[in-house]
Write a protein that binds this ligand. Structure first.
Ligand code: ADP
Ligand code: MG
Length: 339
């Protein structure tokens, strides 16, 4: 019998990997925003058309890429963020898997414009379904602009699976809000079908919360600080009287990465014990800073699930921090909102 096993061509391998990394337009926005943050951008602009189905563009003023790097960025497992096994245990960047751009380029028409600060000209790359169609020098701003057109145009099953524009836009807004919350020192704007829907100047976390969620959040926030050994917590907890009937405005960030954790949520809810009406959910935005050696973020390609090596200690500190914030919120002086 002849041998029958062969290596898949890159374009096919990328398309399969894309299934995990890019589930919907919002996943692409998350990856693009995180790349801009990793590139040290201080100003990030997002443009969305038709809930990302026809166009998503993220423009940053970060460090840009050389011509060779721009080309390399589209290869799978190609990254500037880690290079050896040990690096996996000290991850400080949002990305490190080197598969987002390759995945997105496999299932869309993708354009990169990028220029490093000291380069006179930048590079333009145009890629369709992993195939580079154009590569040329271009005059452009410092930083990187990545435009994804017609996501899943070559994967009809995926395209048909997308939900209504309303639903997909909600997912995009969620991702945008998370990255914007995690990085208040970075300015962000979001345009939706040519209409500016967010304009967030760089400032403090309290200011960012108010700009994202509304002026009335000003009086709701109890600040939260706690340090214990190698772990520190900071952020804001919504006072119990402002709790809502719907879950949703609850955010945990571990080393600036948004994470989902029922366990940590439980720690906060536990601190609220006796203070909340049945079936109501408090607002919170909490940042946990911890040596990356104690966290595994490589549980899933989207990295929203993580594992702490000592979960119980983290739980105890989060609960203590939340309790402390709630105990003192009545006597805390009004927050200073001057950015
Ligand atoms: P990862 O972020 O995991 O490294 P990506 O596929 O998202 O993988 O990106 C590949 C590489 O392309 C990054 O490591 C980075 O060097 C470069 N890159 C991507 N986006 C940008 C950007 N906005 N500005 C500068 N470099 C970028
Ligand atoms: Mg990335």
């Amino acid at each position: 019998m002849p041998d029958i096993i062969r290596l898949l061509p890159d374009s096919l391998a990328n398309q399969i990997a894309a299934g995990e990394v890019v589930q919907r337009p919002a996943s692409a926005i998350k990856e693009l925003l995180e790349n801009s943050i990793d590139a040290g951008a201080t100003d990030i602009k997002v443009i969305i058309k038709e809930a990302g189905k026809t166009l998503m563009q993220v423009m940053d003023n970060g460090k840009g890429m050389s011509e060779t790097d721009a080309r390399m960025s589209l290869e799978r497992h190609a990254t500037s963020k880690i290079s050896k096994t040990e690096d996996l245990f000290s991850i400080r960047t949002m990305g490190f898997r080197g598969e987002a751009l390759a995945s997105m380029a496999a299932v869309s028409q993708l354009e990169i414009k990028t220029r490093q600060p000291d380069a006179e000209l930048g590079t333009l790359l145009y890629v369709e379904a992993s195939e580079v169609k154009k590569q040329e020098p271009v005059a452009c701003e410092q930083g990187t602009s990545i435009c994804i057109k017609n996501l899943f145009y070559n994967v009809p099953a995926r395209r048909n699976f997308l939900k209504s524009n309303g639903v997909e836009m909600k997912h995009i807004t969620d991702e945008f809000q998370r990255v914007a919350l995690a990085n208040p020192e970075v300015a962000f704007s979001l345009y939706q079908n040519d209409l500016e829907t967010y304009n967030l100047p760089a400032g403090k976390l309290s200011q960012r919360i108010v700009n994202l969620f509304g002026k009335n959040y000003k009086e709701q926030l109890a600040s939260c600080h706690e340090e214990a050994g190698e772990i520190s917590i900071h952020g804001y907890i919504g006072k119990p009287e402002f709790a809502k009937k719907t879950r949703g405005e609850q955010f945990f960030f571990v080393n600036k990465r948004f994470v989902r954790s029922n366990y940590l949520n439980h720690a906060v809810m536990n601190a609220f014990e006796g203070l909340l009406a049945e079936g109501s959910f408090p607002f919170y935005v909490l940042f946990i800073e911890i040596d990356p050696i104690h966290v595994d973020v490589n549980v899933h390609p989207t990295k929203t699930e993580i594992k702490f090596d000592d979960e119980r200690t983290v739980y105890a500190i989060v609960r203590a921090a939340a309790k402390q914030a709630l105990a003192t919120h009545n006597i805390t002086p009004a927050l200073d909102f001057s950015a």
